[in-house]
Design a protein around this ligand. Structure first.
Ligand code: X5A
Ligand code: ZN
Length: 659
């Protein structure tokens, strides 16, 4: 089954703070998301699941009966003073007569949706849930959260036989409730990016810092990325995702990815306090979602958490859902550049601390002697036990609000949201390949043998989203015509699996070329302003998937983001089957995050039928191969070559210039 599930209930807007009309957590958080998803036609493309409430037994998977009973006792409580008084016992929580029922509904929806994905009835899913959940603890309500939706969904999955789960939490706040639930559990990696500011940002807990990596058998399976400054850009977030999440998640090989999708890091959000021109764009959520989809063969479920600036919240949520549906990611609005010093510091702190637990971090920065350090500027006095029941964030002046609104509207209206008529253009010199692809005909447009220029024209005209061609060896070696054609900036990746002279795939116009070849000698690289050529050591059956993947997240992806291509061309010349077919599929999937999905894959030589299949699936369904790739290898010398190339390239490329 290849569909995206959606779950929500219109009643989720039926609660609000009865004593503070300006309370940040408000019904529009639900309705605006639903409206935006509807107006983009996204809900209509999903399988609409029937909402349901969690049972008491399901709530017990993550909460004490005592806590459940406290919330239950607020049902139909009409005395506002009593509700208000109860609220003072919790940090940033208000009670409403409907909240017990709606918290049960959000939790039940999270479980139901996840169940459909793990059972394979749906490919992935999105839950428009309110109330949110990631601050809710075993025996405590917190931060607008009552029951922890993502924790309950994860526990349900573990009980149903799922062995490894990755939880990615990109809400701007640390999901301490989720962290605590799995702190000693090696079956669940909790990965959170959140504002921290050395402990001065809510919830102001020491446990939100990078040095809290889990305990007992779960040590090394909790990953906190603290953001220690008030402005964080797309570059900052994407650097964290590429540098830390990508390698770690590929090594972990989760069977399911759950996303705590908060849109409060986004532009203009009063809670995220990203009150500046540069902050996370709605497009960045699409990019993060696309990468999360690559970890468990596409089995991902995202749940709405925070998000308090309605326009960016709704746009972020809609773009996340759009990505789950398999549409290309919109262009990131700001140029990709050097992550800020605080982010670089956080990334190095994490890698240094987690190095003993993850092979991927042992392979890189092989010459960096970095000593992790914590800095605490947060509270020294004990945490209060009585809290203010009023809105924690005072509303901003209206004029201020309008400035963000205008800038966002402008971004939204100028952003190209691509949805091409046909997913794939296909061409092959050999009829057998065309026959083989016939089952995909619904999503494919077949071009005459070798008409690459026609495919490119159709990509340019948005008739097809991407292209795939099987060509004889030695044809279409010269990519110049296409670079000069309509595409101004081209990324070209060449994978040649046989020992041969280093071929010259260079392009005349603005192009960045990466090429890979095997050698039975010492591995090496060659670097020029517009090309990076690698020769990896490979003997016999030794697959070098791990090294291609290492080159991808350390060099190809960051450099490509900074380069800003409007086309990606991947040429795979296969004779000895040097890389596995699933690795080729993964390469196509990961690279399709760029150039708004405008990608052309050329298969030459003796392509394995599996390579053809995986690549076509990546391009048509925007789903990576079901099996994970082998992300770590013992061959140290290939790693060193990539790391050396990165060191040399850093004077030219801002994204990797960390000095
Ligand atoms: C779900 C969420 C935030 C609470 C902030 C309290 N909670 N200042 O985003
Ligand atoms: Zn939040």
């Amino acid at each position: 089954m290849c569909s995206t599930g959606i779950i929500y209930d219109v009643s989720m807007s039926n609660y609000h703070c009865l004593w503070d009309p300006d309370y940040t957590e408000k019904p529009a958080r639900f309705t605006r998301v639903l409206e935006r998803c509807q107006s983009l036609g996204l809900i209509q493309r999903c399988v609409d699941l029937k909402p349901r409430k969690a049972t008491n037994a399901e709530l017990q998977l993550g909460h004490s009966q005592n806590l459940i009973d406290i919330l239950k006792s607020t049902s139909n409580e009409t005395n506002v003073e009593k509700l208000k008084e109860l609220s003072t016992r919790y940090d940033c929580v208000y009670f409403h007569p409907n909240i017990y029922e709606l918290a049960c509904l959000a939790a039940g929806c999270a479980i139901e949706l996840t169940d459909q994905v793990i059972s394979g009835r749906l490919r992935n899913g999105f839950g428009i849930l309110r109330p949110p959940g990631h601050h809710a603890m075993f025996d405590d309500f917190c931060g607008y959260c009552y029951f922890n939706n993502v924790v309950l969904a994860a526990r349900h999955s573990l009980n149903s036989g799922v062995k490894r789960i990755l939880i990615v939490d990109w809400d701007v706040h640390h999901g301490q409730g989720t962290q605590r639930a799995f702190y000693d559990d090696p079956r669940v990696v909790y990965f959170s990016i959140h504002r921290f500011e050395y402990g001065t940002f809510w919830p102001e807990l020491p446990e939100s810092d990078f040095d809290h990596i889990g305990e007992g058998p779960g040590t090394g399976f909790n990953v906190n990325v603290p953001l220690n400054r008030d402005k964080n850009t797309d570059t900052d977030y994407m650097s964290v995702v590429l540098e830390v999440l990508l390698p770690l998640a590929m090594e972990f090989e989760p069977e399911l990815v759950l996303v705590s999708a908060g849109f409060d890091p986004a532009f203009g959000c009063p809670e995220g306090e990203q009150n500046v021109k540069i902050s996370v764009s709605p497009a960045a959520f699409a990019h993060m979602m696309h990468l999360c989809n690559s970890f468990a063969g596409g089995k991902s479920v995202a749940f709405m958490e925070g998000g308090y600036f309605m326009t960016s919240h709704a746009e972020g949520a809609a773009l996340t859902l759009k990505t789950l549906l398999g549409d290309p990611c919109p262009k990131l609005p700001e140029d990709f550049t050097t992550p800020c010093p605080e982010i670089r510091d956080a990334i190095l702190n994490i890698k240094t601390t987690l190095r003993p637990f993850w092979k991927c971090f042992q392979k890189e920065d092989y010459d960096v002697k970095y000593v992790a350090r914590t800095i605490w500027k947060g509270r020294t006095e004990p945490v209060p036990t009585v809290f203010d029941p009023m809105c924690p964030t005072p509303p901003r002046p209206k004029e201020f609000e309008q400035v963000f609104e205008d800038q966002l509207e402008q971004w939204i209206s100028s952003t190209e949201l691509r949805k091409s008529k046909i997913k794939l253009g296909f061409s092959s010199f050999d009829g057998r390949f065309v026959d083989h692809m016939w089952s995909l005909a619904h999503a494919m447009s077949v071009f005459k043998n070798g008409q690459i220029n026609e495919i490119l024209k159709a990509i340019k005209d948005d008739e097809i989203q991407s292209g795939l061609a099987v060509l004889p060896l030695g044809t279409f070696e010269n990519l110049n015509p296409l670079a000069c054609q309509d595409f101004k900036r081209v990324i070209s990746i060449n994978i040649n699996d046989h020992f041969s002279h280093v071929e010259d795939y260079s392009l005349k116009s603005d192009a960045l070329v990466f090429s890979f070849q095997p050698t039975n000698q010492k591995p090496s690289y060659e670097y020029t302003k517009s090309t990076l050529k690698f020769q990896f050591h490979s003997i016999g059956d030794d697959k070098i998937d791990a090294h291609l993947f290492h080159a991808l997240y350390r060099l190809i992806l960051p450099l490509s983001y900074e380069f800003g291509p409007d086309l990606v061309v991947i040429r795979i010349v296969q004779e000895n089957h040097w890389l596995t077919p699933k690795c080729h599929g993964m390469l196509a999937y990961l690279m399709s995050i760029l150039a708004q999905g405008r990608i052309l894959v050329l298969l030459q030589g003796q392509p394995e039928i599996k390579t053809l299949e995986y690549t076509a699936e990546s391009l048509i369904d925007w789903q990576p191969p079901k099996q994970s790739i082998n992300a770590v290898s013992e061959n140290a010398s290939n790693y060193e070559v990539v790391e050396s190339a990165r060191q040399e390239a850093c004077s030219q490329w801002k994204c990797i210039n960390w000095h």
